[in-house]
Design a protein around this ligand. Structure first.
Ligand code: MG
Length: 306
């Protein structure tokens, strides 16, 4: 077992291959976030939120600029048709990049009020786009444009891309950030990092919600408090394990929240995504860099596109 791992539970060893080793790929960003795998291109896109650009990395082409400037883009995902859907701090919206390269704003207001700054998003198998709306793109000019909040809170929303209807999935959060479904989509996990803004009452928590009628969240249950640091983005694998960001690396949780172990990363981790032909390579964005590690664990995000 390499020095890059901390085993807290023997089940952690199940996710490691003999040769599993953390590899730093490139370090071009001020704050790297929002990794998404492009199955057709064998490439990863990731945002440099503070650098206001999106990078692309592939084994074949190395590092290239995908979008510059990028409206202070943050989280990225693919929809059911393989189109890029993104959270933009700059325009305070969720947008979709069409096959011809044009960009469509899908949602930027709720009840006539501008969203705060959509942060991260996930697409359900019915096409619904679920996203979080904390204020980090409007509290200063570092990763967006300083501005007042118009909506009364920082919620999790669901967007129906067919009808364009935007609905609140839950208000049971203060500073929602990363989010991901369980493999059967009966649970949505949501990170709440409100500890950063509210040191006394804030959370560093991943909460599990029941998905009701495919549209709303109910029956909140604490999955785990993440320490050191806070949970930002995270992903779920086919066994329902959670791979979450934290200050010391990627922490791997069992579906019941038990900490199985850690993949230590030398920079503060913001997010991760499974990629590669078998969805068995975890791509990790951490401060300035993109890392990867091959595992036995496999992701659930791109199965329908592979
Ligand atoms: Mg985030």
């Amino acid at each position: 077992m390499g020095k890059n791992f901390v085993v807290c539970d023997n089940r952690f060893k199940d996710i490691l291959l003999d040769g599993s080793e953390l590899e730093k790929l490139v370090s071009p960003a001020i704050w790297a976030e929002g990794p998404v795998w492009l199955p057709g291109a064998d490439a990863v896109l990731f945002s440099d939120v503070k650098g206001n650009r999106i990078f692309r990395w592939s084994e074949r082409d190395g590092l290239t600029l995908f979008r510059n400037p990028a409206n202070y883009n943050n989280g990225n995902a693919l929809d059911r048709q393989g189109r890029l859907v993104s959270c933009e701090h700059g325009r305070r919206c969720v947008s979709r990049t069409e096959k011809d390269g044009s960009i469509t704003v899908l949602a930027d207001k709720y009840d006539g009020k501008r969203l705060n700054s959509p942060n991260d998003l996930v697409v359900k198998s019915d096409g619904g786009i679920w996203f979080t709306d904390p204020p980090y793109g409007i509290i200063g000019d570092q990763e967006g444009y300083k501005s007042e909040s118009q909506v009364i809170g920082c919620w999790v929303y669901r967007l129906d891309p067919e009808s364009g209807e935007l609905s609140i999935a839950t208000t049971d959060v203060q500073r929602p950030n990363g989010l991901a479904f369980s493999p059967d989509e009966s649970i949505l996990y949501v990170a709440d990092m409100s500890l950063v803004d509210f040191p006394t009452l804030g959370r560093r928590r991943i909460t599990a919600y029941e998905v009701v009628e495919g549209k709303r969240l109910a029956n909140a249950r604490k999955l785990a408090d993440i320490t050191p640091g806070i949970p930002d983005g995270f992903r779920v694998d086919r066994e329902g394990r959670i791979f979450t960001s934290s200050d010391d690396g990627i922490q791997v949780l069992a579906p019941d929240g038990t900490l199985l172990g850690k993949i230590l990363v030398p920079e503060r981790v913001s997010n991760c995504t499974f990629g590669g032909k078998n969805e068995d390579v975890l791509y990790i964005t951490a401060t300035t860099s993109l890392y990867r590690i091959r595992l036995t664990a496999r992701g659930v995000q791109y199965t329908h596109l592979l």
